[in-house]
Design a protein around this ligand. Structure first.
Ligand code: G
Ligand code: G
Ligand code: MN
Ligand code: NA
Length: 250
């Protein structure tokens, strides 16, 4: 309850920020997008979402937090479009409870249009937990998002409720290989190679998460995984550092 009340105040007082981790084209090393990851600032301390997202998910606060993330992302993209060339898309993490909220898609669309943005600049990351309760509803939400021009990816793929049976009916763009399956490369490659092959056969973009060693990168390049994120390339960076390192002023 204490964390909840404090988090509520943090949202009101804007003591939150988005960090950005580049998504890298593995063949060239070029930045092809960014994932927005929330941080909570308490004085000099920065608190990781691992500590407060689960609390927010149990209360309704995750929806309020998600709306903050959407608004901040749109504000950031507006700034980038005004100041930089070749603006990358931003992937945002949306919790299951927010994803199936009846107002989610309309709120997202209205935010994007109020900032005069192209919806294809936003990618919605959901986890398999979004499918557990009502798969038909989840499919309908994904269809609405795609029809409106947004991209959709499944995050932490392979760790959740097994989705192989309905993967072919989900109109998604991307699967993100959970970092648990990247960690063991090249020795333990059974899951990673299955997901890469799945991606090729279903024509889905595959993004490997948590690449932090050269030998993992080498395996992924050799097996046709096109994109990745991880400490080997960059940690999640504060907005200004991301802009300095990865964006080119107009
Ligand atoms: O950035 P970090 O590795 O500490 O993130 C930890 C977890 O928190 C990850 O699973 C990530 O998906 C999640 N997370 C980060 N930012 C957000 C956010 O803005 N919203 C939601 N729902 N989850 C987030
Ligand atoms: O669940 P999600 O994919 O959104 O989580 C992303 C989280 O993973 C972020 O909090 C980020 O800080 C963390 N992360 C990103 N790259 C690496 C990495 O190379 N190694 C490890 N251990 N964590 C990473
Ligand atoms: Mn993610
Ligand atoms: Na993940």
């Amino acid at each position: 309850l204490r964390i909840e009340a404090n988090l509520y105040n943090a949202i009101r007082n804007d003591n939150l920020s988005l960090f950005f981790q580049p998504k890298i084209e593995l063949a060239t090393g070029k930045m092809k997008g960014a994932e927005a990851l929330i941080r909570w600032h308490q004085g000099d301390k920065v608190i990781s979402p691992g500590e407060f997202i689960p609390v927010a998910e149990e209360s309704g606060l995750i929806v309020t937090l998600g709306k903050w993330v959407i608004n901040k992302t749109c504000e950031t993209l507006r700034k980038w479009c005004d100041e930089f060339n070749q603006v990358p898309s931003i992937a945002i993490n949306i919790a299951a409870k927010h994803f199936i909220d009846p107002k989610f898609v309309e709120q997202l669309k209205s935010c994007v249009s109020s900032f005069h943005l192209d919806p294809s600049l936003i990618e919605i990351e959901i986890t398999e937990s979004s499918f557990i309760h009502d798969i038909q509803l989840a499919i309908a939400v994904i269809e609405q998002l795609r029809k409106s021009g947004f991209k959709v990816s499944i995050d932490d793929f392979g760790t959740g409720y097994s989705s192989l049976s309905y993967l072919k009916v989900l109109p998604i763009n991307t699967l993100k290989i959970d970092r648990a399956f990247v960690e063991g490369l090249p020795e333990n490659d059974a899951i990673a190679s299955t997901i890469v092959m799945l991606g090729q056969q279903m024509d889905l973009e595959i993004v490997a998460e948590g690449i932090d060693e050269a030998k993992q990168l080498k395996w992924l390049q050799a097996h046709g995984c096109a994109l990745g994120q991880g400490y080997l390339f960059s940690r999640p960076l504060p907005q200004e550092e991301f802009e300095n390192q990865y964006l080119e002023p107009e």
